[in-house]
Write a protein that binds this ligand. Sequence first.
Ligand code: SF4
Length: 373
Amino acid sequence: MQIDTVLVKVASRCNINCSYCYVYNMGDDGWRDMPTLISRDTASALARALGQLSTDQAKPFATVLHGGEPLMLGERRLEFILKSLRSVLPQSHVLCMQTNGMLLTNNILDLCASYGMSISISLDGPKKINDRFRIDKKGEGTHDKVISGIKKLRDHKASEFLYSGLLSVIDPTSDPIENYNYFKSLEAPSVDFLYRDGNHSNLPFGKNSIDSTEYANWLCRLLDAYLKDKSPPKIRFLDDIIKLRLGGRGIKEGLGQSDYGIVIIETDGSIAKNDTLKSTFDGADKFEHRWSIHKDRLLDVLRTDEFKVYHELQRATSKTCLDCEFFKICGGGMPLHRWKDTTGYDNPSVYCVDQKELIKYIEFYLKKERLIN
Ligand code: SF4
């Protein structure tokens, strides 16, 4: 088992309050026990731990600064972390930040450029779509401030490196074509679309029943626009399904059958599971054993039985999935989407019917192009 991504919670709080957020608004209050920001002491321990991991495993991994909102760190603390990380990790090591972009300044962009950290911005679409759920603590929409951050990012002299793309949570009641055209107008090099959090006991927003296909309908229309476009942004989710159907590999968890090694470091240095699991039940992202980068070597943690059980959670176990004709492509979806209060993770994805419809629609295009029979 090797690590692909280390996701570091550098801030446990956020400057906004998206109503769908799995960290703050889906019943898990673990963030209350964490320091608001990563301390210098923990940042130094982080650098030591990642430096050690980069020599312990041959496979390169990526480091993602995450939150809460990572830019709540402020300039000086961000510089300390970046300097500490780059003192042990080569410039070729992928370092990126997932942010709402509202606190971006030109000084911060200069820092990110000089330490080689790219930036992905969370935005769900044009104002009326984004501001439905991505709101601040007073309930006001955040779109205009995000766009101002994106403008600074696009105007920076190193924007080609810095602007890695947009992350967008799907609103199946919105118009996918309007979203697509809007993201194109922002010259996003890539757009990573995500399913909404939800599971069999708590259906995702916009999904009327387990058998309804609102998300597939939305994604199929998006696919039409994507395939018609001569110069599209990269859409990882669609690209991965196409690649998998043609016999290749995906690049991210939630599709296909590759295993991905993901570990979370909290602001106090504790080591946790993928934090998207928070949306299933309170404490789902916590290991029983309280490991920490202050005292434990990451490689030793990866070798434990408890970590192995967590790692294997990404492999679907449901007989329905194992017997499914689309299993190699779909993989059973993300563990959080498989959850049911009575049967745990041993279920197909709550998006099973959507996945089947989307894969069939992609197959229709691939057949038309004579890429498959
Ligand atoms: S979630 Fe549904 S489509 Fe995906 S592998 Fe399982 S049964 Fe097949």
